[in-house]
Ligand binder design. Sequence first.
Ligand code: NAD
Length: 295
Amino acid sequence: MTARLLDGVAMGRAIRQEVAQDVARLAQVGIKPGLAVVLVGEDPASQVYVRSKGKACEEAGMHSVTIRLPATTTQAELLATIDKLNADPAIHGMLVQLPLPKAMNSEQVLRRIDPRKDVDGFHPENVGKLVTGDPTAFRPATPYGVQQMLIRSGVETKGAHAVIIGRSNIVGKPMANLLIQQGPGGDATVTVCHSRTRDLPAIARQADILIAAIGKAEFVTADMVRPGAVVIDVGINRVDDPTKEKGYRLCGDVAFEPVAAIASAITPVPGGVGPMTIAMLLKNTLQAAELTRAG
Ligand code: NAD
C-alpha cells in the first residue's frame, strides 16, 4: 500500500472533543444541547447507528433522547411525535432515522421537522440554504464529514476536479453543493456520476478527488482511479463472510487493496467516513443550540 490512510476515527474523536469543550462553555450559560433521534421499525443497521449517535451525544455532555416506534406506526403518529419534539425546549436538534418503512411518506416527514432543529439538513429550507451558500444551513453530516476530512488532512480542494459517484439527497447531491461553495474545503470543479452515466470509469479517472457513495461493494476498482488521486469511500456494505462470527464483513464501495496501491490517500471502511458522520451530527446539534441562544 502506498496511499496515506485518512483516519476518520482519530479525526472524529478530535471533533467530538472540540464539541465537548463548546458544550461545557454553553453549560455556563445554562444551555445543554439536546438531540432527539426517532427510529421507526427494526432495521438492524439503523439500530446500530441510532445507538452510536445516542452514546456519542452523552459522551460530549449533551442531552440525548431516542424514541423507538414500532414498524406499525402510522404517518399521523410519527408526525405527532415530530410536533412534540418541535415544541420541546430541551430538544435543539432532531432527526428521523432513514430509511423509513416503505408505506411512509418520507418527504412529508422531513418537511414537518422545524428547520431550526433539522440537524440532518434534509428539510428543503436547509437544502436551499446549502445551495445558496448561507452559513446558517445545517449541512448533512456525511458530506460535511467528508469535507472536514479533506480540510483536516490538508487535501487541497481549490481548483481540484472532484468526481462524486452517487446522486442521493443524503450524500451525493449535498457533497457536490459543499465542494462548489467558495472557501476552505470548496472551490472544486465537481462532476457527479450516477447509474445513468456513460463511461463512468473514464470520468472517474479524471478525478483528483474521487468520492464513492454508491452502496455497491468494491464497485470502484483500480482501473477507475488516476494514480495519485485522493479516494474517499462513503459506502458501507455488508458482504457475506462465513469466516466471521457475525457471518458478514463490512466493506466500502472501493476495492481497498488495489486502489490503495495507486492512490495518494484513501479512507478505510470501517474507520473512515462513518465516525466523521457522527462527529458532524454533534457539531450540528451544537450549532442548533447556539442558534437558540442567539434568539
Ligand atoms: P442511495 O442508494 O440513495 O444512492 C446510491 C447512488 O448510487 C444513486 O444515486 C445511484 O445513482 C448511484 N448508483 C447506483 N448504482 C450505480 C452504478 N452502477 N453506477 C453508478 N452509480 C450508481 O445511497 P446513499 O444513501 O447515497 O448511500 C450510498 C452508500 O453510502 C451506501 O453504502 C450507504 O450505506 C453509505 N452511507 C454511509 C454513510 C456513512 O456515515 N459512512 C452515510 C450515508 C450513507
